[in-house]
Design a protein around this ligand. Structure first.
Ligand code: FES
Length: 68
């Protein structure tokens, strides 16, 4: 799903950024330019970003359990 039409940023792009270590929305904006033009996508982008951050510890724990 495209989240930001101005910069063609998808929910997957945001999830990849979080998976690669981005934990701050402003850093995400610097890296991708999401929600930095018209701003219409800000709430949706923030929601996707927060969801990706919240899911990360669960994924990490699942990987740790699978490796044990
Ligand atoms: S739709 Fe994201 S800045 Fe315009």
């Amino acid at each position: 799903m495209i989240v930001c039409l101005c910069h063609r940023i998808s929910d997957r792009d945001i999830q990849v950024e979080v998976a690669s270590g981005t934990r701050n929305f402003e850093v995400l904006q610097d890296d991708t330019r999401v929600a930095s033009s018209c701003g219409c996508c800000h709430d949706c982008a923030r929601e996707v970003f927060d969801g990706a951050c919240a899911a990360l510890p669960l994924k990490t724990a699942a990987v740790s359990l699978a490796a044990a």
